[in-house]
Ligand binder design. Structure first.
Ligand code: PLP
Length: 448
């Protein structure tokens, strides 16, 4: 044990073996899309922190909203039948922004807590509705939905389960939508979608649709590798879920608040979820906040259960914190006033244009982009889809090289993920892609 390299912070989602060779990157300040470490080195943060600092690191409107909210009411819960004016106003604004599709908002302090809460609400509703067998939840390979016991059980990423005795046995795992990696030779996108949706149906039928409470899915998987589904996927899934009578919970912790363009990510695909989980971008990352938007059916069931038990036996101290709520309200105003949907369309166009050159590199198998999310998937041979030996940790090494070049990207295996702040302009997109290209080229040069 004495030989283990340790740090004063137990950093999450980190390979702690790296501490033998390098220290954590410690950031002292930020401005616009740039951050500076304690030694003064500057980076473009093309991951927006952890997919959350959507307006960059110096938005004065959000900072003002936070400071003035601190002066008015620095602490108050949404519990015991009491709440703050900011949280109350935010709930109304969220419901109005969702154009009447949802009836109530539950506030949490993080994405994991929002997902965990919706799982508990689904179970509460199943019991309240007299269908206590409806407890299974459909979830996809490569999915990521947070780290609490229930949310982590939904994950389709092995490192989220290893050593934690997870998943808990309430999930029905179905295929992800990753055409590039998973299609059979010669299979068209439509044929591929048809096949995976048939597999999804048969897994649900094996479990019994009458035992299924919901499917939880991200409109676009982020941490699973920025998997942009083929256009046929969501319409086919929508038909399947409707046919089987299974509600969809859209996990928009990454996809919400403009990341895919529209305020709510499910709108990009015309989905009609029964509930939506949000966090991260709801405050552009400036304060911790999560939320669940509940449709009329879930609202009714949860309210009914709370009445019959005499209390809603679920909640948290920090959920709907008044300062976080004030920041979220300022963020909603900023997104509307600054025309975020059009800005994200421009960001997507720049990302597509700049990334289009990367497949010239033989190790670039695929580039993917939707809204302000993009990914570059590296392969030993892109054309034949032959992956690198995972032991070579190519993705990690490219990300480390990018960092040397002043660029923060996320390595998800050999996928490099980009999630730049939504305020990133065309010139900075070009700079991001040029540094990424240089990092890929330099890493492979070191190999030979
Ligand atoms: N859901 C999705 C889709 C996420 O990407 C994340 C975090 O990355 C979470 C839930 C968990 O959010 P948090 O880290 O705020 O707990």
């Amino acid at each position: 044990m004495a030989e283990l390299a340790t740090e004063p912070i137990v950093y999450s989602f980190t390979d702690h073996r790296v501490y033998r060779e390098e220290s954590p990157l410690v950031i002292a300040e930020g401005e616009g899309i740039r951050i500076r470490d304690t030694a003064g080195k500057e980076y473009i943060d093309a991951l927006s922190g952890l997919w959350h600092a959507n307006l960059g690191f110096s938005d004065t409107e959000l900072i003002e909203a936070a400071t003035s909210a601190y002066r008015r009411l620095p602490a108050f819960p949404c519990a015991l039948g009491r709440g703050s004016a900011e949280a109350e106003a935010l709930a109304h604004e969220l419901l109005a922004a969702a154009e009447g599709r949802f009836s109530s908002v539950y506030f949490a302090a993080s994405g994991s807590e929002a997902v965990e809460s919706v799982l508990k609400f689904l179970w509460l509703a199943s019991n309240a509705d007299g269908t206590p067998d409806r407890k299974l939840v459909v979830t996809r390979d490569s999915g990521f939905h947070g780290t609490t016991l229930g949310a982590a059980s939904l994950a389709g990423i092995p490192n989220q389960h290893a050593g934690f005795d997870l998943p808990l046995p309430f999930t029905v795992r179905v295929p992800r939508a990753h055409y590039y990696r998973d299609h059979l030779d010669g299979e068209s996108r439509a044929e591929y979608v048809d096949r995976i949706v048939r597999t999804t149906r048969s897994r649900i039928e094996e479990a019994g649709p009458e035992n299924v409470a919901a499917m939880v899915a991200e409109p676009v998987m982020a941490a699973g590798g920025v998997l942009v589904p083929p256009e046929e996927y969501w319409p086919a899934m929508d038909r399947l879920l409707t046919d089987l009578g299974i509600p969809l919970v859209a996990d928009e912790v990454v996809c919400g608040f403009g990341r895919l363009g529209p305020l709510f990510g499910h709108r990009r695909f015309g989905l009609r979820p029964a509930a939506v989980t949000v966090a991260k971008g709801i405050t552009a990352g400036y304060a911790p906040l999560g939320a669940v938007l509940l449709g009329p059916d879930l609202t009714r069931s949860v309210a009914g259960a709370a009445e019959s038990y005499g209390v809603l036996g679920h909640g948290s101290t920090f959920g709907g914190h008044p300062v976080a709520a004030a920041v979220a309200r300022a963020n909603l105003r900023a997104l509307a006033e600054r025309g975020i949907e059009a800005r994200v369309a421009a960001l997507e166009a720049s990302l597509r244009a700049c990334l289009a050159g990367l497949p010239e590199l033989p190790v670039v198998g695929e580039v993917r982009c939707v809204g302000g999310l993009a990914a570059v998937e590296l392969m030993a041979d892109g054309a034949s889809r032959r992956p690198f030996d995972p032991e070579r940790r190519i993705g990690r090494r490219v990300a480390r090289k990018a960092r040397e070049l002043g660029l923060i990207v996320r390595d998800l295996g050999d996928v490099l993920a980009l999630c730049p702040p939504l305020i990133t302009d065309a010139g900075d997109v070009a700079e991001i892609v040029s540094r990424l290209r240089a990092a890929i080229t330099a890493t492979l040069k070191e190999e030979t």
